[in-house]
Write a protein that binds this ligand. Sequence first.
Ligand code: AMP
Ligand code: GLY
Length: 426
Amino acid sequence: MNILLLGSGGREHALAWKISQSALCDSLYIAPGNPGTATCGTNVSLSVNQFDAIVSFCLEKQIDMIVVGPEDPLVNGIYDYIKSNAKTSQIIVVGPSKQGAMLEGSKAYAKAFMQRHSIPTASYKEFTKENYNEGLEYIGAHTLPVVLKADGLAAGKGVVIALTREEALQTFSSMLISSQFGSAGDKVVVEEFLSGVELSVFALTNGDQFVLLPEAKDYKRIGEGDTGPNTGGMGAVSPVPFADEAFMKKVIQKVVEPTIRGLREERIVYKGFVFFGLIKVNNEPYVIEYNCRMGDPETEVVIPRLQSDMVELFLAMEYGKLNQQDIHTDPRSAATVVVVSGGYPGDFEKGKVVHGMDRTWGKDTLPFYAGVQSNGQELITSGGRVFAVTSFGSNLGEAVEKSLMEIEHIRFEKMSFRKDIGYEFR
Ligand code: AMP
Ligand code: GLY
């Protein structure tokens, strides 16, 4: 098969690494990719939202399957765009329809979906400019902390946990009235704060059947001990020790199955990954958010642990055979540590020369490239998250230590990373 993978982060490097190992994959193209994905296939300089150029490329290279990495093109409707063109409608698209992607693209849509299908989640109400005063009253009477969420995509920045009523009212006004998040904040979800431990669970589904991939825990805050502002993710571990068999059974029965049943009942076309952002409260799972794609950096631990053939799973998804698939998982622990540009998630400088990536890595380590480009001779930083260094170990502590030891060989000006990934489990 000829496969086109969309995206350019560490997640896409991990997916490209995995897809390229499948005997079912003849050619792999990655658009736009990065220097890491270039070692797994051919990078193509196309942006993920240039749908017309993507279609032309698919026709030229006789692409059989498109795997969509990030949420943006999904929320913008790439699935429907490909399927509605007679020349490309037979291409397998791994990723949901525009309607399915609304589970991530609109927090209000996701909350209403969960409510319709009795899926456990924080209590909430949604507000627009029309019922602004009602929102002020709701916040005024709400327990603290209270969580405010801009409805649309806001690059992970649209969630505010307000500790005081003043902060909550101020945030509410800057989202709805001052349009702090642009049109993403035209609607605001105000919800109950849940206190517990978080984990990420991933399913591959065709809207009817599903398989679960290994679960992971992401470390979102920039600072050690989970302090400072939220980032896209500073590291991840898999498996998650508190996600034992009994808890995962609850996750399947109370969250995953009702979600897939909901998609089926509502005839929402969904062939792709569902990422359940969960929180465990009093030993019960609650959904914090849905994403319509894999997580980053979670993919960098989930995919290396997956021993099943990825392309075979995608074909089983397409042809209704997911329930005949066994998922084989590496029993070892995996950890990834993300190396970032100094200043991230705030302002940071790009263009720093990276040293040390051309070394021979330890046999249990996989370096995944993210915000980095090649100028032909050197690697140059081009983003906030630059690399994710994944290692295997017989336990999480050993896996993290191996990644930290490998990172000692990487150097670029102002590089930074957390040394405490997986700290609760080590
Ligand atoms: P999201 O962008 O929806 O992933 O939210 C970002 C982060 O905010 C989550 O990973 C949680 O740590 C936190 N968060 C979101 N909603 C809630 C909630 N209802 N209660 C507690 N924490 C939350
Ligand atoms: N690591 C969280 C995400 O991908 O949304």
